[in-house]
Write a protein that binds this ligand. Sequence first.
Ligand code: HEC
Length: 130
Amino acid sequence: MIRLGWMLLPLALAACMPEDQPTGAEDFATYCAACHGSSGKGDGPGAAGLDQRPVDLTQLSARDGGEFPGTRVMAKIWGYTGRDSASAMPQFGPLLQGELVPYDGGDGIATPTPVRLVQLAEYVRLLQGK
Ligand code: HEC
C-alpha cells in the first residue's frame, strides 16, 4: 500500500504541475539549504548562528527504524508555514501556493496538501542514506 503510494506520487506530481513551478530540489535549495545544507546534512552556512542544530535530513529514516517518517516531516514543514512556530525555521508562504494533492506520509491517511510541500517531502525522502 505505502510503497505503491510512493511509486505513484511522482506521476501525480508531474500531472498537476505548471511549467514554471519550482521542483522540490529547487525549493529545497531556496528555502532549506541555508540551514540544512545543500546535501541536507545540517551543515548549511546559516546553521552556525542557531541555538539548535538543523537536523541532518539524510538520517531521518535511519533514526526512525528504517521507515521514512513522512507524516512527521510533512507536519514539520507545513507547521512552519504557520504563524506562531517557536522554531528557528522561517515561514514558507510561497510554498503554500499552487494545487492541493493527496499526501500520505505513511499513516494511510491522504491529506490534501500544497503540491510544493509534497515535492519537498518527496525530495527529503530521496535524501535518505545519502
Ligand atoms: C533558519 C534555519 C532553517 C531553515 C531555513 C530550515 N530549517 Fe528545518 N530545521 C531547522 C532546525 C534548527 C531544526 C531542529 C529544530 C526543530 O525541529 O525545529 C529543523 C528541523 C527540521 C525537520 C525535523 C526533522 C525531524 O527529525 O523531525 C525537518 C523535516 C526540516 N527541518 C525540514 C526543513 C525543510 C524541508 C526546510 C525548507 C523548506 C527547512 N527545514 C528549512 C532549521 C532550519
